[in-house]
Design a protein around this ligand. Structure first.
Ligand code: MG
Length: 382
């Protein structure tokens, strides 16, 4: 019997890779639902190729184009945020969440509540609502398969191991494009410079997060909720070559690492084929061409976002949700030119300090916090 799949965010970087992966895997994997935000042309093209049961286009203005292409194709077209949540709730074997930012949180929760396993690329889901998602996961007996390359690496290193024997998780990060730039010129960084990542080809939001290293901070929080590891036992190490995707250290000092070329297709495919590693036709790792693997400590003065993320995780409650939403909207303000690169951590810190903290938030409180934080960032004057 074939495995059924939903892909949320199918026209984005992760979604397009996921479609290539599923196409190459063949008939055993069947995509039944797709969602996109506004790229009508690409979504319609994917729908005609894959023939899902239904697609959702969130932006209502783009819906007319999708509907006109698919009108005689017996593929349902849903629209809006409600359509997205409905797609997320349709029963499948695994739902890949490749959405960007906090918009991905509720779909993750809905998918898990519907009993779907989730291949999670949207780390913001766990940063915003890790506790709620884990409670729902236990209730429905579902699983989260990490698609973030670091967490996929840790997941693979933990295979066959007991969490009791783990002494720490070591998250690697490339250090982004500004690892060696003069820190005094950080306020002059232009969006184009920050969008130029040395190793990974990704969407805009995550590329800026990599440049501020907030991405690594969010990944620390994500790792905590995925593996139950305490903040003090999650370490970040800079590894500019992005060949070792992360490591696990055990109580006896033994360290396991997972390596590979920096290609998101590998963690995406593994989340679909788990526990098997299926054959693939992409480039394999040539260690002789990558013989220099180097490591450095993260520079917390240069990249204050890292410590802001640790602080939010230690505080718990709604702190990480505020951190996440504040960062997201600060990134959009940086991209539209209304704040500088160095304002991003300042805004995040200020939002975290000013918000109305809740220790044990439910979904409604998290959604209220989300709108409060967005408002705070939009009105922030640096
Ligand atoms: Mg990552």
């Amino acid at each position: 019997m074939s495995k059924t799949i939903t892909i949320l965010g199918s026209t984005g970087s992760i979604g397009k890779n996921a479609i290539d992966v599923v196409e190459a895997l063949g008939n055993e994997y069947q995509v039944e639902y797709l969602s996109a935000y506004s790229n009508a042309e690409k979504l319609a093209e994917q729908a005609l190729l894959i023939r899902p049961k239904a697609v959702c286009i969130v932006n209502e203005d783009s819906a007319i184009d999708v509907k006109s292409v698919l009108q005689n194709e017996s593929i349902d077209v849903l629209t809006g945020r409600a359509g997205l949540l409905e797609i997320a709730s349709q029963e499948v074997d695994v739902l890949l969440n490749g959405l960007v930012g906090s918009a991905g949180m509720e779909p993750t929760l809905k998918a898990i509540e519907a009993g779907n396993d989730v291949a999670l690329s949207n780390k913001e889901s766990l940063v915003m609502a890790g506790q709620l998602i884990n409670i729902a996961k236990t209730k429905t007996g579902t699983e989260i398969f990490p698609v973030d390359s670091e967490h996929s690496a840790i997941w693979q290193c933990l295979s066959g191991e007991s969490m009791e024997d783990v002494s720490k998780l070591i998250l690697t990060g490339s250090g982004g494009p500004f690892r060696e730039r003069d820190v005094n010129s950080f306020s002059d960084i232009a969006p184009d410079e920050a969008l130029n990542h040395p190793n990974w080809d990704m969407g805009k939001k995550i590329t800026i997060d990599s440049a501020t290293m907030m991405n690594k901070g969010l990944e620390v929080i994500e790792a905590h909720w995925l593996f139950g590891t305490k903040p003090d036992d999650i370490e970040i190490i800079i590894h500019p070559q992005s060949i070792i995707h992360s490591m696990v250290e055990f109580s006896d000092g033994s360290v396991k690492a997972q390596l590979g070329v920096p290609d998101m297709k590998i963690p995406i495919q593994y989340a679909f084929t788990y526990p098997r590693h299926n054959p693939s036709d992409w480039e394999s790792l040539d260690l002789l061409k990558n013989s220099e693997l180097t490591f450095q400590p993260p520079d917390n003065t240069r990249f204050p976002c890292i410590q802001l993320a640790y602080a939010a995780l230690r505080k718990g409650g709604t702190a990480s949700a505020v951190l996440n939403v504040a960062n997201e909207h600060a990134v959009y303000r940086f991209l539209d030119g209304s704040i500088s690169f160095t304002d991003i951590p300042k805004i995040v810190e200020s939002a975290c300090d000013s918000h109305d903290f809740h220790n044990n938030p439910n979904l409604d409180i998290i959604l209220q916090i989300e709108s409060w934080t967005k408002e705070f960032v939009v009105n922030f004057r640096p």
